[in-house]
Design a binder for this molecule. Structure first.
Ligand code: ATP
Length: 210
């Protein structure tokens, strides 16, 4: 079994930037699967606009046809803020022998040292950082030092150890964000070709971004 990709997000809504990133990383790193984990109550930001049920339904709809992509709703069952460290501890207890690869965008990685018990995350998982337009690893400071000490460009390292490495990988730059999508829909425009049709249909049916 290859490493398991763990892709958390508010997915408010899920879009092709998320899906393409997950797909490219799954292929490039030979991940056995990517688990999409919608956040219940994200600790670092305001509450999502769409309900947890609507976001989960959109993620399910987006992934339904794609082998290797799975939906994991464990954060939605948990009361209180969803901390990545708790999610990873619960995955580690379930998948004792599989490397875990936490997938995050570069924008999220730049805030890593503010995350709850962030050092513990690296005991539980590798971190895969996907480039996003306009962001890069800083030239100095703690994240720079961290990438210098445990960064790797060898995908075998992610298969050989269960956790503890950082892998920075460029992915196709799709400048799509959920924030922009919500604004576009609110303004009465059509999100076609920015998200799967199944998600677009749910957005229309539920009116969750009106
Ligand atoms: P928002 O605009 O509401 O902040 P978002 O589009 O960034 O949302 P999230 O659900 O917050 O989506 O993102 C989940 C993860 O996906 C984060 O790690 C984020 O960096 C990453 N991500 C989001 N959009 C892209 C994109 N276009 N390309 C690559 N990674 C992305």
């Amino acid at each position: 079994m290859g490493p398991i990709g763990v892709f958390g997000g508010t997915f408010d809504p899920i879009h092709y930037g998320h899906l393409r990133t997950a797909f490219e990383l799954m292929e490039a790193l030979s991940l056995s699967e990517v688990r999409f984990i919608p956040a219940g109550s994200p600790p670092h930001r305001g509450q999502p606009q769409a309900s947890a049920e609507a976001r989960l339904a959109m993620v399910r709809a987006a992934l339904s046809k794609h082998a290797g992509f799975t939906v994991d709703d464990r954060e939605l069952d948990r009361a209180g803020p969803s901390y990545s460290v708790d999610t990873l501890a619960s995955l580690r207890a379930e998948f004792v022998d599989s490397p875990l690869c936490l997938i995050i965008g570069m924008d999220a990685f730049l805030g890593l040292t503010n995350w709850h018990r962030w050092e513990r995350i690296l005991d539980l998982a590798h971190i895969i950082v996907a480039h996003r337009p306009g962001w890069r690893v800083p030239d100095t400071g703690p994240l720079h030092d961290l990438v210098r000490s445990i960064g790797t460009g060898r995908r075998e390292d992610l298969h050989e150890a269960l956790a503890g490495r950082i892998f920075v990988r460029a992915v196709t730059q799709l400048e799509i964000s959920s924030t922009d999508l919500r604004a576009l829909i609110r303004a009465g425009h059509d999100p076609r070709f920015l998200m799967p049709d199944e998600v677009r249909e749910l957005v229309t049916a539920t009116g969750c971004y009106k």
